[in-house]
Ligand binder design. Structure first.
Ligand code: HAM
Length: 419
């Protein structure tokens, strides 16, 4: 038997309603903030990710699905969405229409070690906002993420963490200082951290190993070395969040795994997810558009892991049944009449499951139970002679005869009122 590739999963029909809920709420809530959906290709030239995400990042060095196409070009499945959106921004000269606000959803691919909440094909919902440089945009974007998560009922287990990564001007001297400090601590750091000291020293701060964390507890913090512009940006962001009443925690050790960030970085973590606890993550990338050949334009964005949201939702959400009416039929006449009646009821906008596999009335009523339909209809010879159908309210357990011709509107009215 051929099975799915490791770290890659089917999303089964029992789960898709939750995924659809996540997407529907994104459409509604991001729309309130002026974001429109964009759909970019699933694969791009490898060079796009190497240049945008950073050649020395784990994502580009170790995790991309890269292949040569038949023409010999090196292509990669997208490991994230920002690089493609920036490419579109530059390709379509969107700097003429600022602010440009887009959101996206879809699969991303990273060759990571699979574990709970971490797959090789996973899905993100993300947003990118181009144009505004000030902290107002950062605060509004965070308000939008938190509104989205609160709307899903998830706020209780979530923490918003923020940090500033400075700008090239203040980060360069800080980086030198950090490298000098790390060199003195090298013997106490794990192998990964040792390898990162010269190439990507900020990532060392992000190491999750207890030993490294303890060693780094007194390492110099970017927040103490921000230039005046970056310090003002960060302090205004905090003021805005306070005004909005959005709780947050400053985490000076949060360093993102992608190179394009400057100034604001943020993550929303959950206490309910174990090691892979980031539900949403993002930040500013004011230099990326120019770096990718476009007209210099500040930008900020984030992405949420849909699998992680589904894990959190699964525990707390019971979705309403998608079936309004189950139609049980007896005998050939019942089946023929049922086929027409089901169509007439669907025309009124209801979801009808017509029994398609015969069986006794008892077994059909079991199926009706399983379908969680609000109403079960029964149609056999007796009912057909009388031009009626039996309507059973599955919640109340009561049943009555309704004239066949009146049944669709009768049921539609009851379903519109709600249980
Ligand atoms: P990221 O932190 O790499 O950022 O990913 C964002 C979110 O995607 C994570 O917080 C997590 O919820 C989810 N995620 C990442 N990798 C996996 C995985 N292997 N399995 C399951 N979920 C995963 C970015 O991708 C940036 N593009 C975000 C951004 C947008 N920054 C600015 N704009």
């Amino acid at each position: 038997m051929i099975q799915t590739v490791r770290g890659v999963h089917d999303i089964l029909p029992v789960e898709t309603p939750l995924w659809q809920l996540l997407e529907a709420r994104a459409l509604a809530i991001f729309g309130q903030y002026g974001f429109a959906e964009i759909r970019t290709p699933l694969f791009e030239k490898t060079e796009l990710f190497a240049r945008a995400v950073g050649a020395a990042t784990d994502i580009v060095e170790k995790e991309m699905y890269t292949f040569a196409d038949r023409g010999g070009d090196s292509l990669s499945l997208r490991p994230e969405g920002t690089a493609s959106v920036v490419r579109t921004f530059v390709q379509q000269s969107m700097h003429r229409q600022l602010p440009w606000k887009v959101w996206y959803r879809g699969p991303m691919f990273r060759y990571e070690r699979p574990q709970k909440g971490r797959q090789r094909q996973f899905h993100q919902i993300g947003c990118e906002l181009f144009g505004p440089a000030g902290p107002l945009a950062d605060a509004e974007l965070m308000a939008m993420v938190m509104r989205y998560l609160t709307d899903l009922g998830l706020q209780a287990s979530l923490v918003l963490e923020i940090n500033s990564l400075g700008c090239p001007d203040c980060r360069a001297p800080y980086r030198d200082l950090l490298i000098a400090t790390l060199r003195t601590l090298v013997a106490h750091l794990c192998e990964d951290c040792q390898n990162r000291i010269e190439r990507n020293p900020l990532r060392v701060l992000d190491c999750k190993r207890e030993n490294c964390r303890a060693t780094l507890a007194n390492a110099p913090s970017m927040l103490d070395h921000l230039c005046a512009g970056c310090a003002n940006h960060f302090s205004s962001l905090k003021t805005h969040l306070n005004h909005l009443g959005i709780p947050y925690r400053v985490n000076p050790f949060m360093v993102r795994g992608l190179d394009y960030y400057n100034r604001t970085a943020f993550e929303v973590t959950s206490t309910g997810l174990g090691a892979q606890n980031a539900v949403a993550a993002g930040g500013r990338y004011d230099g990326l558009v120019a770096q990718m050949g476009g007209t210099s334009t500040p930008a900020i964005g984030f992405a949420m892991g849909m699998e992680r949201l589904v894990l959190l939702l699964n525990r707390e959400t019971t979705l309403p049944s998608s079936t309004d009416v189950f139609l049980a039929t007896l005998g050939e006449r019942g089946e023929n009449a049922g086929l027409l009646l089901a169509e007439a009821i669907r025309k009124e906008g209801l979801a009808v499951e017509l029994n398609l596999s015969g069986g006794s009335l008892k077994s059909q009523m079991k199926r009706a139970d399983r379908s969680k339909a609000r109403f079960a209809l029964m149609l056999g010879d007796t009912e057909i002679e009388k031009n009626v159908v039996i309507v059973k309210d599955m919640t109340l357990g009561q049943q009555q005869e309704i004239r066949w011709s009146e049944a669709p509107v009768f049921l539609a009215n009851l379903c519109r009122v709600g249980p």
